[in-house]
Each structure stands twice: as structure tokens, then as C-alpha cells.
Design a protein around this ligand. Structure first.
Ligand code: ADP
Length: 322
């Protein structure tokens, strides 16, 4: 049976570039003769029938915008059998025979559950944390890295003027990819990530003292959200080194903003690929990047994969920041 009607939704945390992916799904689908539905607020929209037919102009003027025109949500109801059956019912009533889900790991679990209940789904990784194991670059990661870099550059100006230490928390509850890359880009003296336990004296105080002795007067410490405690870290740095320290939590500013070229292109390619997969009769796949190529994996296998933390990069970051 060939696919005739598809739906697209964004779920979980938003990420810049999701709009470009929605646009690519809608435009690819329509240009290949499909009917495309937009679904509002993630799985909630499927449960409550909050969907609308898209045309080529439904996705006009969104490629450069952060956020998601379809809105996003976390849907506890969808995690129940009743919720999933309601979602399936909405799809059946509207003749939908395939769904593209843009989100993170949690959203892919939902996509897998829908597929198991007879609704073919394809996942597209959209998350600023880059914590999708099968995928080297997720949609939003590049924009978030650049946003963080710009913010920390601004903090650097003031830290430099006052000979201070700036302790900055960036997002990443379980993953330190964002923190590590931002840390390198801003020349952080120390980067603290959830993957690597740290010793306060060795990894912060003594590093700062060593660099201080060679003339460095201002410092940046980048801390992943999963490590947390930036206020406390700043206080302890001040106590341990005598260098005035300030903590900043970048927060949700990291999620917003106009997506970078890389995120727009990646999102466009992934959206296009997702529709092709559905039209080829594939389901329960997640689109990903490997060696700069667009590839796809079975969702179940993808969820079992582990992304190794780049210790080489982590060690290099600290070697060149003394
Ligand atoms: P992300 O997709 O960014 O990882 P969440 O983990 O919050 O975000 O998941 C988004 C939504 O996906 C949840 O609110 C829920 O509706 C659905 N979801 C998450 N985990 C599951 C699961 N194990 N089974 C079914 N649906 C899930």
C-alpha cells in the first residue's frame, strides 16, 4: 500500500532548526503528491485531533525562525495505552498513513509505540544537547553552540575588565557535548561535564593558580547543567583562589534564535529524507548523520546505541587552556 497522507509533529524540548525540518517535510511531501497534516503540540495534538492540512505556503517564512511553528509539548497522556489509542484513532479518522516525529529520545520511544500499533513513524533528531547516540549532529546543536559562544564572549569582556572568573552553566543534563565544544571555543580554563568526575582542587583551583602564575588574570569555567551547582562553584573558587568569581546560568536563551546555516541545511536534508523513507515503505526509522552523510537506523537499535564521550577532545581542551 502506498503512502498518501502523512503528518508531522514536534515533541519534547524545542530546538532551532525544527521549523526548517517541518518545512522540508511539508514541501517534499506535497511536491511528491502527498497530503501533509501539521500536528500541534506534539503527541497531544494527535490525541486531541488538533491537526490541520498543510499547503506549500503553510511553511512560508519559517526557515529562519527558532522555536517550532507547530508548538511542542510533553504529553504524559500519550505514555498510556488509552492515549496512544486516541492518537491512532485520530490518524485513522484522517486517513494518515505515516507520521514524522521531530524530537529527542523520548519522542522516538513514542514513535516506536505508534509504529507498533500500526502507524508507521520516522524520527528526526531535534535537540540542542546532541544526545542522540546514532547521530553525530542533531538539529539545533550548532545554533546552540554558537549562541553559547556569543554569550560567553560577552561574559569574557566583563570578566576581563574586572579580573574576574566567570562560571557559566550551559544546557546538558546528561550530556557534555555542548559544554565541551563551547568550552573549547571560548578558551575555558576548565570544562565540567557529567561524563567525567572532577576534583575541585586539581581541576579548577590548581589549574587557575598555575595559569595565574604565568600572568592570566581572568578565567572562564564552563559547567554542564548536569554537573550543576555553579553558584557554589563560584563561591568556592573565590575562597580557594582569592579571585572574584561570578556565576551565570545561560538558561533558555540557548534554545532560541535564528538557526545557523548548518542547522538549516541539516534540518532540510533530514526532513526530505524522512518523507522519502515513508514513501519507500519504511517505518520505525530515525534519520541521522554519520561522517557528514544522511543515514537512517531502526529506532529500537538507535535507542540502544551509546555515543562515546570524546575524551581526546576533553583532554586537548584542558591542555591548550593553561
Ligand atoms: P525528548 O523527545 O526531547 O527526549 P521527552 O523525553 O520529554 O522529550 O519526550 C517527549 C514526549 O514523548 C513525552 O512527553 C511523551 O509524550 C513521549 N514519550 C516519551 N517517552 C515515551 C515512552 N517511553 N513511550 C511513549 N511515549 C514516550
Amino acid at each position: 500500500m502506498s503512502i498518501k497522507k502523512i503528518a508531522v509533529l514536534t515533541s519534547g524540548g524545542d530546538a532551532p532548526g525544527m521549523n526548517a525540518a517541518i518545512r522540508a517535510v511539508a514541501r517534499t511531501g506535497i511536491s511528491k503528491g502527498l497530503e501533509v497534516f501539521g500536528v500541534y503540540r506534539g503527541y497531544n495534538g494527535l490525541i486531541h485531533g488538533d491537526i490541520f492540512p498543510m499547503n506549500l505556503r503553510s511553511v512560508s517564512d519559517i526557515i529562519h525562525r527558532g522555536g517550532t511553528m507547530l508548538y511542542t509539548a510533553r504529553s504524559p497522556e500519550f505514555c498510556t495505552e488509552e492515549g496512544m489509542q486516541k492518537a491512532i484513532k485520530t490518524c485513522r479518522e484522517n486517513g494518515i498513513d505515516g507520521v514524522v516525529v521531530i524530537g529527542g529520545d523520548g519522542s522516538f520511544r513514542g514513535a516506536q509505540d505508534l509504529t507498533k500499533r500500526g502507524m508507521p513513524c520516522i524520527g528526526i533528531p531535534g535537540t540542542i544537547d546532541n544526545d542522540i547516540s546514532c547521530c553525530e549532529y542533531t538539529i539545533g546543536y550548532d545554533t546552540a553552540m554558537n549562541t553559547c559562544m556569543e554569550m560567553v564572549d560577552k561574559l569574557r569582556d566583563t570578566a576581563q575588565s574586572h579580573d574576574r572568573c566567570s562560571v557559566v552553566e550551559v544546557m546538558g543534563r546528561n550530556a557534555g557535548y555542548l559544554a565541551l565544544n563551547v568550552g573549547i571555543a571560548v578558551g575555558a580554563t576548565s570544562v565540567l561535564v557529567p561524563e567525567v568526575p572532577y576534583d575541585f582542587e586539581r581541576d579548577i583551583v590548581s589549574r587557575m593558580k598555575t595559569t595565574s602564575s604565568t600572568g592570566k588574570k581572568h578565567f572562564i569555567i564552563v559547567v554542564a547543567e548536569g554537573v550543576g551547582g555553579v553558584m557554589d562553584i563560584a563561591d568556592r573558587i573565590q575562597e580557594g583562589t582569592g579571585i572574584e568569581s561570578r556565576a551565570t546560568i545561560l538558561g533558555h536563551v540557548q534554545r532560541g534564535g535564528s538557526p545557523t546555516v548548518r542547522d538549516r541545511v541539516l534540518a532540510s536534508e533530514m526532513g526530505h529524507k524522512a518523507v522519502e523513507l515513508l514513501m519507500d515503505g519504511k517505518s520505525n526509522r530515525v534519520v541521522a548523520t554519520q561522517n557528514d552523510q544522511i543515514v537512517d537506523f531502526d529506532i529500537e537499535a538507535a535507542l540502544r546505541m551509546k555515543k562515546p564521550f570524546n575524551f581526546e577532545l576533553y583532554n586537548m581542551a584542558h591542555q591548550i587552556s593553561i
